[in-house]
Design a protein around this ligand. Sequence first.
Ligand code: 5GP
Ligand code: ZN
Length: 114
Amino acid sequence: MSADCLFCKIAAKKIPSKIVYEDDEVFAFEDIGPQAPTHILICPRKHLGSLNEASSEDQAVLGKLQLVAAQLARKLNLLAGYRTVLNNGSGAGQSVFHLHLHLLGGRTFRWPPG
Ligand code: 5GP
Ligand code: ZN
């Protein structure tokens, strides 16, 4: 846990959120500013600022983020089309520096993304 990190505080339930999935490695909660009818953030419990800080020891949990996204997509009936997004660095729109995978669904998505 990183003391100043918003998402570490959400994981520790020091800041309230709508948690939709959690286990000993991963937690997922509804985004406060949804960009689609379904917008969930899926995070490792381990504090990693971004993908740039990840190493081979994080390989399994990085894969697990995607598998939890697919599991939630099934549960929430998003299989017609959903998107997982990992913004890496401020130039890519990252605003919270605890690595997180966005799961977006419930609308049509354009390509390329903005
Ligand atoms: P990023 O821009 O870093 O890829 O995504 C950060 C996401 O965190 C944004 O979509 C933003 O709406 C969400 N967010 C920021 N602060 C909070 C918060 O306090 N609670 C929740 N649930 N989501 C937050
Ligand atoms: Zn953190």
